[in-house]
Design a protein. Structure first.
Length: 193
């Protein structure tokens, strides 16, 4: 009987460890934004963001047509990386009114050396400095708190605004690349510390 109790205790300890690890995921603050890990509670927002015109034009259609599609995407694509690495996709929330306005993140992306920093805003919140505010803060967290030595950024050749923002936060153009299972050539920017 004692070995069974020991196994049960081990399972409880493992479950508690998972809960503690999940609780360590931080919400970051900037002057105007809360930057919180994306969860399934953000599914309606993620569906809306992923279907915005610039997302579809520059990032691509992820076929998130329903809230359930968005929940599945979050669970399959976002949550595992956050659990594995402690960072991933973040929802941007404006402090003044609690409005979800965009996302930014650090992504372990196949075909990209280093961790990819990415960002997107809903159209109504562009050109207000929120992208720079969030992604610059996330860059500082990546280099400091997460102890990353290299940050990469990828963008479409047509997305001049993203190219400019990547350079503004200190990344330099490195080369053109094609991601695995893709055909479009995109631009790779890097920052090595």
């Amino acid at each position: 009987m004692f070995p069974k109790l020991n196994i049960k205790l081990q399972c409880q300890l493992a479950a508690n460890h998972k809960k503690l690890k999940a609780n360590r995921l931080k919400t970051f603050e900037t002057e105007r934004l809360s930057i919180k890990p994306t969860t399934i509670e953000d599914a309606e927002f993620i569906r809306k963001l992923f279907n915005s015109p610039k997302w579809i034009e520059f990032i691509g259609d992820r076929n998130l047509n329903t809230v359930r599609d968005a929940e599945n995407y979050i669970e399959a694509k976002m949550t595992p990386q956050i659990k594995r690495l402690g960072y991933g996709n973040y929802t941007l929330i404006r402090k003044s009114d609690g409005e979800k306005i965009g996302s930014c993140g650090l992504y372990d992306r196949e075909g990209v050396e280093g961790i990819d920093i990415g960002f997107a805003l809903l159209p109504d919140f562009e050109r207000m400095g929120y992208a720079y505010e969030s992604v610059n803060h996330l860059k500082e967290m990546a280099l400091g708190e997460f102890k990353l030595s290299q940050i990469s950024g990828i963008t479409s050749k047509k997305n001049k605004a993203s190219q400019d923002l990547l350079m503004k936060i200190g990344l330099k153009f490195e080369k053109n690349i094609v991601l695995p299972n893709q055909t479009e050539e995109i631009l790779l920017y890097t920052l090595i510390q």
